[in-house]
Design a binder for this molecule. Structure first.
Ligand code: NAD
Ligand code: AHE
Ligand code: ZN
Length: 370
């Protein structure tokens, strides 16, 4: 079949809207009509050529929601008509990691996914006979896409696609980082670095968890008003501030340092500041941000000797098929907010504008509706 898609033919070039050929689902796969997709900073990072796994030409996009149209042989857990969210962190339920119960990082298809391929080592997309690669196992910048069965979460039918798509990455990552990875407890002091599409969801997760101080840090002064809407109690604009000054300010505001800090910037200098702003003896810093290829983190080992912990999280520690439907319920019952964070809604033709708005700090989330 044919599908309209925004294709990344090359790094650092705008996406091009073209009609691709799409092969139907093979065994264990499903064909999904994507109804809406968010644009996450990770899409921009890959398009800019910062991703060590970046591969071109490809169909980017990993924050979608849609409807199952067709199932391949052997598929039993979803059927045509089901509403689903594609999962860049699948859940096979059978691999060592899934069985361990210790992590959401299912390994069943990670190797081929990282190479832009379906589990059988081929692609379903092509353009004028040329192979077009998948992205993060999702490729939601295409109106129709093929996904492994283990990489779709079935969700309730009454959830609007335009909001539900954001649960495919940003909402789950931010809220889950607090509730599933850090397991923030009532009364904990929390600091969130970077108040964009992910960081605001970390703030609302911290509020949900009953945190005491919820400090937001950003360089963009407009983010103060945004942060306050999502539970932030204090704002720090660190433009022009040294790492030492930022740490000292946070230590003073939290009686010795934060119980939990979160990096949602992807900047390795910020990651160091976030670690050092943790409380001596027990504070934990969680890295969410994705750093450019070649970047490394560092700190004085003494920071860890004296009890600070450095950890990271992917997809907020959420097990996709199990946890995503619950997060959709949380949204539908008003426990978490999504709609106001979707600042821009556009057609696929305007998708490059979404990247501009993100880089200019003018959007929280842009969503493309097909
Ligand atoms: P975004 O562009 O919407 O937000 C980034 C925010 O960080 C902006 O408000 C920006 O002003 C702020 N910022 C940038 N540099 C800063 C600095 N030096 N100090 C303080 N604030 C700074 O991006 P997003 O979609 O929220 O994504 C945030 C990061 O999270 C990206 O690196 C993205 O790739 C990553 N991410 C990771 C996961 C995961 O599973 N680990 C999931 C989604 C996104
Ligand atoms: N491909 C990059 C790493 C990118 C990365 O860390 N991705 C996150 C999700 S970001 C969503 O917006 C993730 O899930 N990581 C775990 C995984 O298995 O990819 C690189 O550095 O090579
Ligand atoms: Zn993302």
């Amino acid at each position: 079949m044919k599908t309209r898609a925004a294709v990344a033919f090359e790094a650092k070039k705008p996406l091009e809207i073209v009609e691709l050929d799409l092969e139907g689902p093979k065994e264990g796969e499903v064909l999904v009509e994507i109804m809406a997709t968010g644009i996450c900073h990770t899409d921009a990072y890959t398009l800019e050529g910062f991703d060590s796994e970046g591969i071109f030409p490809s169909v980017l996009g990993h924050e979608g929601a849609g409807i199952v149209l067709e199932i391949g042989a052997g598929v039993t857990s979803v059927k045509p008509g089901d509403h689903v969210i594609p999962l860049y962190t699948p859940e096979c339920g059978k691999c060592k990691t899934c069985l361990s119960g210790k992590s959401n990082l299912c390994t069943a298809i990670r190797a081929t996914q990282g190479k832009g391929l379906m589990p059988d080592g081929t692609t379903r997309f092509s353009y004028k006979g040329q192979r077009i690669y998948h992205y993060m196992g999702c490729s939601t910048f295409s109106n129709f896409t093929v996904l492994p069965e283990i990489a779709v979460a079935k969700i309730r039918q009454d959830a609007p696609f335009q909001s539900a798509c954001y649960i495919g990455c940003g909402v789950t990552t931010g809220v889950g980082a607090v509730t599933k990875t850090a397991k923030v407890q009532p009364g904990d002091n929390v600091v969130v670095f970077g108040l964009g599409g992910i960081g605001l969801n970390v703030l609302q997760g911290a509020k949900l968890a009953g945190a005491n101080k919820i400090i937001g840090v950003d360089l963009n002064p407009d983010r103060e008003e945004w942060g306050r809407k999502f539970g932030m109690t204090d704002f720090l604009n660190t433009r022009g501030m040294s790492r030492e000054d930022t740490v000292a300010r946070i230590v003073a505001m939290t009686d010795g340092g934060a119980d939990y800090t979160f990096d949602a910037t992807g900047n390795t200098e910020v990651m160091r500041t976030a670690l050092e702003a943790c409380h001596r003896g027990w504070g934990t810093s969680i890295i969410i941000g994705v750093a450019e290829a070649g970047k490394e983190i560092s700190t004085r080992p003494f920071q860890l000797v004296t009890g600070r912990n450095w950890r990271g999280t992917a997809f907020g520690g959420a097990k996709g098929r199990t946890d995503v439907p619950e997060i959709v319920d949380m949204y539908m019952t008003g426990k978490i907010e999504i709609d106001s964070m979707i600042t821009h809604v556009m057609g696929l033709e305007e998708i490059n504008t979404a990247f501009d708005l993100m880089h200019e700090g003018k959007s929280i989330r842009s969503v493309v509706v097909y």
